[in-house]
Design a binder for this molecule. Structure first.
Ligand code: GRF
Length: 211
């Protein structure tokens, strides 16, 4: 029987790119049957683009337009065009600081995933690790989920719990959550690539490493 082709992934990020690096390392180690076909960023000097370039992977700054938290119509079309041109099967958001809605989600329906630094549905939105610390929870973590029209509301694919320790600062807690992210995200993408993640409404099943 012929092997299925590796999943073609396009990664969008605005920051340092540690999740992207973990995903690409796991691909290189043969743990994820995928290939990164495009890395794109709304921040021209983002670390994620430098990492991609250093790895010889196609990388592009795509100007986001005038808004701070979303793409304008022209920018949205440019992102859709670049991802389509690269023939991506899955759009992987790895610290992309713009809300994607409407046209973009229709173009890649059911094929956009994100990682969020809390155990959703707790603490959606910005600086979720700080929200968790300020609230006083004893356990937080990270979540990989499909992206829908809401903010951090899509079907949950997998989660990792992370303890909040006495004396944690926002910095130490965030670092511990990011370590968990770097394990969870490659494992979740591997499960998607192998066709193991089945979605029924907002429920998913089949990802053995999901918790
Ligand atoms: C991660 O902590 C993720 O939870 C959030 O953005 C951050 C991106 O970090 N969505 P990096 O750029 O992957 O290092």
């Amino acid at each position: 029987m012929s092997q299925p082709l590796p999943l073609r992934i396009g990664v969008l990020g605005s920051g340092k790119g540690s999740n992207f690096v973990a995903i690409d390392d796991a691909i290189a180690a043969g743990q994820v049957p995928a290939q990164v076909v495009l890395v794109a960023s709304d921040v021209s000097e983002a670390g994620i683009l430098t990492h991609a370039a250093g790895r010889g992977l196609p990388n592009r700054f795509i100007a986001p337009g005038p808004f701070r938290t979303k793409l304008d119509e022209a920018a949205e079309a440019a992102y859709i065009g670049a991802l389509r041109e690269a023939q991506v099967d899955l759009v992987v958001l790895a610290g992309f600081m713009r809300i994607l809605k409407g046209e973009f989600l229709r173009a890649f329906e059911g094929r956009v995933v994100n990682i969020h630094p809390s155990l959703l549905p707790s603490f959606p939105g910005l600086a979720a690790w700080k929200q968790a610390l300020d609230y006083g929870v004893k356990v937080t973590g990270c979540t990989v989920h499909y992206v829908d029209q809401g903010i951090d509301t899509g079907a949950i694919i997998g989660q990792r719990a992370v303890p909040v320790l006495d004396g944690d600062t926002a910095l130490t807690l965030h670092e511990r959550i990011q370590q968990a992210e770097r394990e969870l995200y490659p494992a979740a993408i591997a499960a998607i690539a192998r066709g193991e993640v089945k979605v029924k409404g907002r429920l998913t099943a089949g990802f053995a490493g999901g918790a």
